[in-house]
Write a protein that binds this ligand. Sequence first.
Ligand code: IVH
Length: 669
Amino acid sequence: MSTTEVKKQIEALTAELKLHNYNYYVLAMPTIADYDFDQKLKQLAELEKQHPEFADPDSPTQKVGGEVTKEFVTVRHRWPMLSLGNTYNAQELLDFDQRIRKAIGDNFEYVCELKFDGLSMSVTYEGGKLARAVTRGDGVQGDDVTTNIRTIHTIPKKLNKGEFPELFEIRGEVFMHRKAFERLNDERIENGEVPYANPRNFASGTVKMQDSAEVAKRPLDCFLYGLYTDKTLFKTHWESLEALKSWGFNINDHSRLCGDIDQVLEFINHWDTERFNLSYDIDGIVIKVNNYGQQQELGFTAKSPRWAISYKFKAERVETELLSVSYQVGRTGAVTPVANLQPVLLAGTTVKRATLHNANEIIRLDLHEGDSVYVEKGGEIIPKIISVNTEKRHQNAVPVEYITNCPACGTHLERKEGEAAFYCPNDEGCPPQIVGKMQHFINRKAMNIDGLGDETIETLYQKDLLRHISDIYRLHEHADELKQMDRFGERSITNMLDGIERSKQMPFEKVLFGLGIRYVGATVAKKLALHFKNIDALSKATHEELIAAEEIGDRIAQSLIEYFSSEDHQQEIQKLKAQGLQFVVEEKEITLASDKLAGKTFIISGVFEKFSRDELKDIIEQNGGKILSSISAKLNYLVAGDNMGPAKLEKANKLNIPIISDEELMGMI
Ligand code: IVH
């Protein structure tokens, strides 16, 4: 191949793989098999190795769904990781039952398990210790992701005492709880990062990350459902699940032993509706013949066992008419297309709108005006258009064309290289951007101003009383105009003005977050505030100084420099300073919030509803406490959230260490 051809091929593969990443991670609609994707990725990596000069710095070989990946070592599975045959209705399941009966007669039981929606993992234990964790890969070989899997609290690193073999493999599903997914995705949105489409993608993106410390910050969980050994230790799958539980593994409690297919159908019907009350996603039920001898008799096809099958729940899908496409402008200027639909009932709610993500999605769907579209609500909260029923397309239907100008202010839209979204660059004059920025500023997570809500901001903007954040602190000058306004009683005006006045005491990190600088979310703002201590130092910091701060990378540094280089932004900061807002970290925040935990040691384990583990760690340290790395007699408290590992719990109990909740911790300070 000539060098020009190599260059062309690298470019083509890069573009193709970027699109597949986007389809997989953002749209959750892959159009390529995992295996084929990996092959293409390997081909690209090989070409880049030979010709690094042609490699795109943003190459998919460096990233998975926006995350940097490790060069993982490929490991061959001792027992191949097969897949399962699927059924979608009762009849297909009855056919499966018939096949089993024909082969082994009527005397058998089924085990029904939830089908967890994550990524499958094979974990090897040697001498009772976790030795290796490998992804499914192509079923024959996968990636060694041991260091990342070690961060999962519910995967024991060392087993309880028990009659376990010297060497065995255990298979299970790694996943992320919905609540953690929503919290982390909100943080991504706040930071201007592309959110993941569902918990499964977030989990698989995380397992393939370069930096295990970052993985540890993202709470993953794992249910185990299969034991693989050289010698058969148990007669039935059910017995092995019981044993696994006693060795310290996280085995799901909802599995059930069923005497016949009617009981299986009952189990399926129950979970078809009950699944929405679980804290994690499942996409079906797995049905397994219980007895190992009978499993052996039934055997395997090339791809899957004959003794097991999965029943997939239907993602609820309905057909409806596309009425129009409208475009929303966010506070950062990003323009998101939204499909307005003929209202239709879907999974218990009336759906009127569906997100179209961006211009690429309109092209992917080949959307035409008046199309009849299929809408689905899967694990995701927002419904989406899956495809178009082209048979119903009107003959002269016009393709939907993405707008070229901002729907709010008319400014020509721009698209940054490598980004899917179009932006309106008129951030100082575009109404939804101006209103959105002020709404962000007053938000609960930022300045949390009592008595002032999104709607009031909108109304005050319409009345010409608000243009900039600093105008909020001048509202008291307009008391008479405020009183003239509909639905604005004296009491609510006083409440609002009091709330505004009180917000001047909010700490610097909240003000900084409230300014709405791109990629500066609540956590980043806190890190910046603690590192630079005041706005003057921060606004003068060079790129090198910025990236020297904890967790600040090139992208955030670039965004900060851009923000502070604007004369308008500088003037606004001066105004806010003069109005009495906090632009300096208070001394007590830098040192200790209190010394109430001085001399006490803590370990944090599990998933918490209100805090991330890092936040709890900061709180403990800011109050003089110390974090230990493992449970020992030196530990004073174990702060436990949901889904804490059973091994940890047992050890803490053995050593008589008090186990406290996050609320009890707050009570201590
Ligand atoms: S048993 C021979 N049990 O579903 C395959 N799989 O479609 C044995 N899965 O790759 C798999 N929950 O990732 C089994 N309770 C469960 C499961 C489960 C989720 C996944 C697993 C597997 C895929 C098969």
